[in-house]
Design a protein around this ligand. Structure first.
Ligand SMILES: [Zn+2]
Length: 152
């Protein structure tokens, strides 16, 4: 069985996105405009069964595609892994016949950061304790009264 998904869309679309500096470290940015519903890049990686995932060292780039399979997107070849989490995203991850794609949720302009909602489980495991760094949450903390002060 072939486990690595072909990345023809990534080859085709690679020049339409770039990795750059974002508020949360590195991020994925549009170099071109994308129409609502358009595929941006494929989320590529080795396909693991969900049983295998339980034995694999936990990493931040596991994307569950259905109740049987998960993509391990930790390879640097997977440019989609650079897309950060946001609570108000402009993209979504969608699976099509066992492959996963980042799809524009709305029209995206060049230089916009491409972000998607990683989901509740990821949020609770990796984001919540450190505080979400997406623009919506950062803005919320800045405007909240006493938001910068930690409770004793
Ligand atoms: Zn957030």
């Amino acid at each position: 069985m072939k486990t690595d998904t072909p990345s023809s869309l990534n080859t085709k679309n690679r020049h339409r996105v770039r990795v750059g500096r974002s508020s949360a470290g590195l991020g994925l940015f549009a170099s071109d405009s994308f129409k609502k519903g358009e595929r941006i890049v494929e989320y590529t990686g080795k396909r693991l069964t969900n049983e295998q995932v339980k034995r694999v060292v936990e990493n931040r780039y596991l994307l569950e595609i259905n109740d049987r399979y998960t993509i391990n997107g930790s390879s640097r070849e997977n440019i989609a892994r650079y897309a950060n989490h946001a609570c108000k995203p402009n993209a979504i991850a969608e699976t099509v016949r066992g492959r996963a794609f980042l799809i524009a949720k709305k029209a995206i302009r060049p230089d916009e950061e491409i972000v998607w909602d990683y989901g509740k489980e990821y949020f609770n495991d990796f984001i919540k304790d450190g505080g979400c760094r997406c623009t919506t949450c950062v803005a919320k903390r800045k405007t909240a009264p006493g938001g910068a002060v930690k409770p004793v």
